[in-house]
Design a protein around this ligand. Structure first.
Ligand SMILES: N[C@@H](CCC(=O)N[C@@H](CS)C(=O)NCC(=O)O)C(=O)O
Length: 214
C-alpha cells in the first residue's frame, strides 16, 4: 500500500477531488495543511521544494510529489481499478469532461467563489463577468445531467469527482442554490454523496479556514 500525504487547504476544491478519490478507494492520507491565504504557495522556497507550478494540491505518493488533479485522478483510477473508463470510448469521454472541467467549470467556479467569498472587496464587474460565464457552463452541465446519471453515463468516474468538487461547497460560498436553479446538478450531487464512504470537503480537509467575507 502506498503512503499518501496531501498538501491542501480546506477551501480548495482541487484538493477535495483527490481527498475524495483516495477515500472512496479506501486509501488514507496524511493531511498537510498549507497556509494558502498567507501566501506560502507564492514563495520561491515553496515553489522550489514543493510545486514549481505554485499550486495546491500536491499529492505525495511514497515521497514522490504529484501535481495536477486530472492526471493524478486518472493514475489513481488505474491503480485501484475504480472510477476509470473501461473502454476506449469511455476513456475518451472521461478525458473530454476532465479537460472541460479544468478549463471551464472548475477554472471559473474556483476563481469566482474565491473572489466573491474570500476576498474583502471583489470588483463587481469581474464578478459579473465570471457569473455570466458560469451560468453558461452550469447550463451545459445541467443539460447533460438531465440525460445522464453521471458524466460519462450510468456509473460514477473521476470526471464526476472533478466536476463536483467546487459545486459541493455550501451555497453561501458558491453563490448558487442548485436545488432551485439547477435541479439536474442538485440530483447528481446527491447521487455522488450517496456513494459508500463519501465525505464532504470540510470533513476530509480539516484546519484553519480562510476568512469568509460574502
Ligand atoms: N489544474 C490544477 C489547478 C490547481 C489550482 O489552481 N489550485 C489553486 C488552489 S485550489 C491554486 O493553487 N491557485 C494558485 C494560483 O492560481 O495562483 C489542478 O487540477 O491541480
Amino acid at each position: 500500500m502506498p503512503t499518501y500525504r496531501l498538501h491542501y487547504f480546506p477551501e480548495s476544491g482541487n484538493s477535495y477531488k483527490l481527498a475524495l478519490m483516495l477515500t472512496l478507494c479506501g486509501q488514507g492520507f496524511e493531511p498537510v495543511w498549507t497556509d494558502f491565504g498567507g501566501g506560502v504557495t507564492r514563495s520561491p522556497e515553496w515553489r522550489a521544494t514543493v510545486n514549481e507550478m505554485g499550486e495546491i494540491p500536491v499529492l505525495e505518493e511514497d515521497g514522490v510529489r504529484l501535481t495536477q488533479t486530472a492526471p493524478i485522478l486518472l493514475k489513481l483510477a488505474g491503480q485501484y481499478g475504480r472510477f476509470g473508463g473501461e473502454t476506449g470510448q469511455e476513456q475518451f469521454e472521461l478525458l473530454r469532461w476532465l479537460f472541460w472541467d479544468n478549463h471551464k467549470l472548475t477554472g471559473y467556479m474556483a476563481t469566482y467563489r474565491f473572489d466573491r467569498t474570500f476576498t474583502p472587496t471583489p470588483d463587481p464587474h469581474v464578478l459579473s463577468y465570471f457569473r455570466k460565464r458560469l451560468d453558461d457552463f452550469l447550463g451545459i452541465l445541467e443539460q447533460h445531467l438531465q440525460n445522464n446519471a453521471f458524466a460519462i453515463g450510468a456509473r460514477p468516474t473521476v470526471a464526476d469527482f472533478s466536476m463536483m468538487a467546487y459545486l459541493a461547497y455550501p451555497s453561501d460560498e458558491t453563490g448558487y442554490d442548485f436545488a432551485v436553479s439547477h435541479p439536474g446538478i442538485h440530483a447528481w450531487l446527491g447521487r455522488i454523496a450517496d456513494l459508500p464512504g463519501w465525505k464532504s470537503a470540510y470533513d476530509l480537509l480539516p484546519g484553519k479556514r480562510l476568512k469568509h467575507y460574502a
